[in-house]
Design a protein around this ligand. Structure first.
Ligand code: HSE
Length: 449
């Protein structure tokens, strides 16, 4: 293993790059739980060097209170510091995070990162660098905050063929949907609160447009199926088109709307998709609220398993960062020269599982059709659905909003391609007066409840 690992020292010496929500949370947690951590690991963890873009008064005070010996604004000073055995990358983003992680790995240092964007989009470059240098690139904190889902998928479920996984994997989006549904609060107002609580990404469009969830799904899908990281093939749709009316109509039908990431192996290939989803209120995932995350994983041997907990926030995410540090510390203490776990859980990644386009999936659908309130409208709509081989499960006409009435239709399972054709045909009808809102419905026939 790395040159640094052979140095003798009483403490595990780490460097931290980035003191935002997660980096600062990691410092505090290492300090608060130092005794417990030392007992678990058999040695103390010492932060010997930290870098932060803005070394302001507040951060100086934090560094001092946590006994950090050296600090500055240059992350490369941390990764090139011979004292540092493990680099914690909590800067986020790509620049300079990519070069910082690459340099650390090339220097033979282990890296713990919370940076899901970096891994999902450039992990295919970074993991081979880690492997070539015989060091670990650990990333438990990059998905679902404090929930140990990476370990569960990679180690706990290693005996299984994973059939599918589905999760609420963005705390901010779940917080917004929960508050909108429960308190009829305004979208912008709830988002502002999520930012103040430290849940949201630096650019909150990553949360509300599904990009953050797609990063996390990309990482989980790769570990679940042994495929290369495929962010650019992950279908991504956010929550910004969901209206309070949709939430209320769905509720009348016995459903709630959750923003889900779904990865499923089918006979045709792998579905990787992030979008708002109608879930029956009786389902486990439907009852995960606020900043909570939860992931259902179905393995062919074990069946359905559920992992839930806080998906964002300083202490919860730091919990996963520090768990990775302890893991690497244990690996170093073992004296073994080879990391025990392949980063993505497979010694050889598959190249025989294509990622399907969303047009190739099948689903049930909720449609909100704005129509004029005239005799014969319903007949025209149902005829078009019939012509496209789409069978209706439920239909309701709501009270008129100004000059139009929303018609809500739930379909049975249909091919997305067919549904797209049907939506185009419906929108071309003279009785349909605007665009149709479509939300996929997930029945989870083999869920455990
Ligand atoms: N912005 C993310 C979320 C933080 O809200 O889930 C954790 O990745």
């Amino acid at each position: 293993m790395s040159a640094q690992s052979s140095q003798s020292s009483n403490s595990l010496r780490i460097g931290i790059c980035g003191l935002g929500t997660v980096g600062a949370g990691t410092l505090v947690l290492l300090q608060d739980n130092s005794a417990e951590i030392a007992l678990r690991l058999g040695q103390a963890i010492e932060v010997v060097h930290a870098a932060t873009r803005t070394l302001d008064k507040e951060r100086r005070a934090l560094l001092e209170s946590c006994g950090v010996q050296q600090s500055g604004t240059d992350p490369f000073a941390v990764v090139n510091d011979p004292q540092v055995q493990i680099v914690v990358e909590t800067m986020g983003g790509f620049d300079p995070a990519f070069e910082v992680v690459k340099q650390a790995l090339s220097n033979g240092k282990h890296v713990v990162t919370a940076n899901k964007a970096l891994l999902a989009e450039r992990g295919n470059e970074l993991f081979p660098i880690a492997e070539a240098n015989n060091v670990i690139l650990a990333f438990e904190s990059s998905v679902a905050g404090g929930i140990p889902i990476i370990k569960a998928l990679r180690e706990g479920l290693a005996a299984n063929q994973i059939d599918w996984l589905a999760g609420i994997i963005n705390g901010t989006a779940n917080f917004i949907m929960t508050e909108m549904a429960a308190k009829q609060r305004d979208f912008a107002d709830v988002l502002k609160q999520a930012q103040e609580l430290g849940y949201a990404e630096a650019d909150p469009t990553f949360d509300v447009e599904g990009i953050d969830a797609a990063h996390k799904l990309t990482i989980m899908g790769s570990i679940a199926f042994g495929i290369p990281l495929s962010f650019d093939k992950t279908y991504t749709e956010g929550i910004s088109n969901i209206t309070p009316e949709d939430i209320s109509y769905a509720s009348d039908l016995g459903y709630c709307i959750k923003h889900l990431g779904i990865a499923r192996k089918t006979a045709k290939g792998v579905e990787m998709r992030v979008h708002p989803t109608l879930l029956s209120k009786s389902r486990l995932l439907a009852n995960v609220n606020g900043v909570g995350n939860a992931i259902l994983v179905h393995g062919n041997a074990v069946g359905a398993t559920l992992y839930s907990g806080p998906g964002a926030g300083a202490a919860a995410t730091a919990s996963a960062v520090v768990a990775d540090l302890i893991d690497i510390g244990r690996q170093l203490a073992s004296g073994s020269d080879t990391p025990v776990y392949p980063a993505l859980g497979y010694r050889t990644l598959r190249d025989d599982l294509p990622i399907l386009s969303v047009e190739d999936i099948e689903s049930e659908y909720y449609l909100r059709i704005p129509a004029v309130d005239k005799i014969g409208v319903m007949a025209k709509i149902t005829r078009i659905l019939q012509e496209h081989d789409i069978s209706i499960e439920a239909v309701i006409q709501k009270e008129a909003i100004s000059e139009f009435v929303p018609i809500i239709i739930l379909t049975h399972q249909a091919a997305e391609k067919q549904l797209n054709h049907a939506i185009s045909a419906l929108e071309a009808l003279d009785v349909v007066v605007g665009s149709i809102n479509r939300i996929r419905v997930e029945p989870f026939h083999d869920e455990m409840d």
